[in-house]
Design a protein around this ligand. Structure first.
Ligand code: ZN
Length: 336
């Protein structure tokens, strides 16, 4: 990205092993993230050209001398933060706050250097077919993020859940809630195509209304109290306010949309008795479980990719997502 709205595919030098704990991957699939759009739209600070992308599935091409759990040829998935997976914070299940964490970028590419490879990457059994590959790519970020949202919202067997946001993360939060045993899943969405995916993933109710009207409707549907579990998957003030106002007293609100200008009035929080938990999802913690379910073909989270393009057409992938013509665009690097 050379500037907001200016995406170019360019030839850079190949990444190589820099630290003994690195691996270099040849990517099988990558994609554009909803969070990339903040920068694309000029809503995040932008100072110099950036190599974009932090979602990836690939084949290990080369490993550093200290890497012990991977070998060339392994099919691996990682997440948007590299983490050692051994420090105290990682062991507590918050790998995205690892004391050695490194933010990944440059995955919209043919090759990718991954630091802390033993801690970051999870190898899958077997060779994924195209459906499995798409699922694994979803697990790399959006599925893991939706999963964290549902966990943070304390979803469990029999839960009533509200999901605010119908992007890939919101849709996959619906699937996550379903897999965790939720009984009633209310998805807030105005778009027919996205409502359809939400229903496929397990939504029992769709609320198309927004703002005051949407809040009132959800409260009516939940006995006037609001829901015990709510997932916010957008990051705007409007979405967070909506999510907060449909969470019942004592309920749990999991927020996984990257916050942009979201504020709370302390007194409202104080009076609400709402538990708030969220942040960058510790996707690494969930990858072994999610990738096994995908390889066993129990689930199809890759359903959220509704546009496939060669990497060379990355600019169109951004445009399509920006204009909401696509939920999520998958990019295929060219064959080696
Ligand atoms: Zn760590």
């Amino acid at each position: 990205m050379h500037a907001p709205g200016d995406i170019r595919v360019e030839e850079l030098s190949d990444p190589s092993i820099q630290e003994p704990t690195d691996a270099v991957l040849r990517l099988s699939a990558t994609c554009v993230c909803g969070s990339d759009l903040w920068r694309y739209r000029g809503e995040d600070a932008f100072s110099s050209p950036q190599h974009m992308g932090h979602e990836y599935v690939g084949v290990v091409e080369e490993i550093g001398s200290a890497v012990t759990t991977l070998r060339p040829g392994d099919v691996v998935v990682g997440s948007f933060f590299a983490s050692d997976n051994t420090c105290e914070i990682c062991r507590a299940g918050y790998q995205t706050s690892c004391v050695h964490r490194q933010l990944m970028s440059g995955a919209q590419s043919e090759l990718l250097r991954v630091p802390l490879a033993d801690g970051t990457l999870v190898a899958v059994e077997g060779t994924p077919d195209d459906t499995q590959l798409r699922g694994l790519l979803a697990a790399s970020d959006v599925f893991g993020t939706g999963w964290f949202g549902a966990r943070a919202a304390q979803v469990g067997p029999g839960s009533t859940v509200v999901v605010v946001g119908d992007g890939a993360v919101g849709l996959l939060a619906v699937l996550s809630a379903k897999l965790m045993g939720a009984e009633r899943i209310i998805a807030m969405s105005r778009h027919a195509a996205r409502q359809e995916i939400a229903r496929e993933f397990g939504a029992t109710d769709i609320v198309a209304e927004r703002g005051e009207e949407g809040v009132e409707l959800v409260r009516e549907m939940t006995g006037g109290l609001g829901a015990p579990s709510v997932i916010e998957a957008v990051g705007t003030q409007a979405a967070m306010s909506q999510a907060f106002r449909v969470t019942r007293a004592g309920g749990h609100l999991g927020f996984v949309g990257v916050s942009h200008g979201v504020t709370f009035e302390g007194r409202d929080l104080f009076m609400s008795h709402v538990h708030l938990h969220g942040g960058p999802a510790p996707v690494r913690d969930y990858l072994p479980d999610l990738t096994s379910r995908i390889m066993a073909k129990e689930i199809n989270p890759g359903r959220v990719f509704d546009l496939d393009l060669p990497l060379a057409e990355a600019a169109e992938a951004y445009r399509a997502m920006d204009e909401r013509r696509a939920v999520k665009a998958l990019l295929r690097p060219s064959a080696p």
